[in-house]
Write a protein that binds this ligand. Structure first.
Ligand SMILES: [Fe+2]
Length: 192
């Protein structure tokens, strides 16, 4: 079953007030809107990019925040949505086809997840969500500000520099594709 951006937004609206903190809902809206902007600038499917952005953290609505990656994947599969939507719950946190390339500590080894990330060919849309997740708190911020925000909250680990370098590479990939700095699409990042 296909998911629309309207339905994904409705799922976020329904989750308001039901988890320990609604911050992730505003973050998800920011990721979806930002993904739509980048997709449009690259002549890609804006609606699809928005949908993936809105839904990427939906696992936070159905369990512990720390387990949101697997929970989101299983939840969307159970609801009957196509793999491409469930997959974004898995892929959004990991760069470079590596579960260790993530913000925060090296995650516990969940064999299904480790293998999935290793073997999955990331689509351009999944990469857009990777980037937007790293450029959104509740509002658009620079990658650097977001990475520092995560480090302050979650600490610095042996994989932190690796993750930062891959995040910078990802941004450069989009700067090159666009032919200008991706921040030009988000003038607010200067003040936020
Ligand atoms: Fe996120």
């Amino acid at each position: 079953m296909k998911l629309t951006s309207a339905k994904a937004l409705e799922m976020l609206e329904n989750a308001k007030g039901k988890t320990k903190d609604d911050g992730w809902i505003y973050h998800s809206i920011c990721v979806g809107n930002s993904a739509g902007k980048i997709a449009k600038a690259l002549n890609l499917d804006e609606e699809y990019a928005k949908t993936l952005g809105y839904i990427h953290d939906i696992g936070k609505s159905v369990g512990e925040f720390c387990s949101h990656v697997m929970n989101g994947y299983n939840y969307l599969k159970e609801l009957g949505y196509d793999d491409e939507y469930a997959n974004i719950c898995l892929t959004h946190s990991y760069l470079n086809n590596d579960v260790n390339c993530t913000a925060g500590a090296i995650p516990e080894d969940i064999p299904f997840r480790t293998e999935f990330i290793k073997n999955h060919k990331y689509t351009i849309y999944e990469k857009i969500i990777n980037l937007c997740d790293l450029m959104c708190t509740r509002v658009n911020v620079t990658l650097e500000k977001r990475l520092i925000d995560i480090m302050v909250r979650r600490g610095v680990y042996e994989n932190t520099v690796y993750h930062i370098k891959e995040a910078q590479k990802l941004k450069k990939e989009f700067d090159d594709m666009l032919g200008y700095n991706v921040y030009d699409l988000f003038p607010d990042v200067i003040n936020n």
